[in-house]
Design a binder for this molecule. Structure first.
Ligand code: SF4
Length: 335
């Protein structure tokens, strides 16, 4: 298997920055990669926790073929231990009843039969299933499908480079801009994620999500740092500021919607597109960064584009900085 080597009877996994060293029979922090007699064993290869057709806005991806449906697959295990994990039943557990392994070609064929135009690797942490995902993404691309990653971005540069060659879009969680938060709360490091975000912003369509947790990630300075970092890469990168709800080991009350709105205004000082998420808004719109015209109107998962003509703002003519032309090729909930 790629990205591993054995030394004595130990196996060293170099897929993610944890660099687990595994004795025979041991599994890594992610719970899904194992040393079996000196060889890498993947007991959850193709074992899927969910397969579903989702609106792309649910990922969330707001600037990548808005209004389309995406064939989405989920897994088990994760390289992080977030005590506020919203998907902890599949991310923090590998107690799996159905261990059927879906082969990459089988999954792609299923997506094609359902008329999908893209596959999203999502729900739990896809990166720890690198081999399956890479093989599936390569085959999917050969069959004309696009590939979307929804992830914590915790991966080493070499596998990241290989994966980015077959990805088209990603939403990466930037949980905080504080090293201590990653070290003490999540169980990881900040720098590799910033490096992955930087690399992804140069290669594919990228959006970023930050969960606003009261007392942890809700300071103006935190969001200013995140927004500044992204703006230096590209001020058109959409930033989703998502409202925290109690889950797993965290029972603090949900974030006030007013806090999320205020932080969104802070981020807008640096970025052109900032979206509050999970705050119960009936409408979330995208406005032209030049003239303020409403380009896209989202009501729930219903998407309309009253302000886009061709690839430009219908009012001032500024180019819309994300693909809308090919959108017609996708199956839309409005069509
Ligand atoms: S992918 Fe899993 S086994 Fe490999 S280094 Fe990361 S946590 Fe450890």
């Amino acid at each position: 298997m790629s990205y591993t080597y054995t030394k004595d009877s130990k196996l060293h996994c170099v897929l993610c920055p944890h660099h687990c060293t595994l004795e025979d029979g041991e599994r890594g922090i992610c719970m899904v990669r194992e040393n079996r007699q000196g060889e890498l064993h993947l007991p959850f290869y193709g074992v899927l926790s969910a397969v579903s057709n989702d609106p792309i806005e649910k990922k969330p991806l707001y600037h990548f073929y808005p209004g389309s449906f995406i064939f989405s697959v989920g897994f088990y295990g994760c390289s992080f231990r977030c005590p506020f994990c919203q998907n902890y039943r599949i991310a923090q557990s590998t107690n799996v009843v159905d261990t059927h392994s879906t082969q990459p070609r089988e999954l792609v064929d299923q997506a094609l039969r359902q008329g999908a135009q893209a596959i999203a690797y999502t729900y739990s942490e896809p990166l720890v299933h690198f081999e399956w995902m890479l093989e599936t993404a390569k085959y999917a691309r050969s069959r004309g499908l696009k590939n979307i990653l929804v992830s914590n971005g915790y991966v080493n540069p070499q596998p990241a480079g290989e994966l980015l060659e077959v990805l088209d879009a990603a939403n990466i969680d930037l949980k905080s801009f504080r090293s201590e938060f990653y070290q003490d709360i999540v169980g990881g490091r900040l720098e590799p994620i910033l490096a992955f975000i930087k690399k992804a912003s140069q290669k594919i369509h990228l959006e970023v999500t930050t969960l606003i947790i009261p007392g942890y990630t809700d300071s103006e300075q935190e969001i200013t740092d995140i927004a500044r970092f992204l703006a230096e890469l590209n001020e058109d990168i959409p930033l989703h500021l998502s409202c925290y709800y109690p889950a797993f080991k965290f029972d603090a009350p949900p974030t006030e919607a007013s806090t999320v709105f205020a932080l969104a205004e802070t981020a807008k000082q640096y970025l052109n597109f900032v979206y509050p998420g999970n705050v119960g808004l009936s409408e979330v719109n995208t406005y032209c960064s030049a003239c303020g015209n409403t380009l896209i109107r989202r009501t729930g998962y219903r998407v309309e584009m009253p302000g886009i003509k061709g690839q430009s703002c219908a009012k001032c003519g500024q180019t819309v900085p994300f693909p809308v032309k090919e959108m017609d090729n996708f199956r839309s909930p409005n069509s």
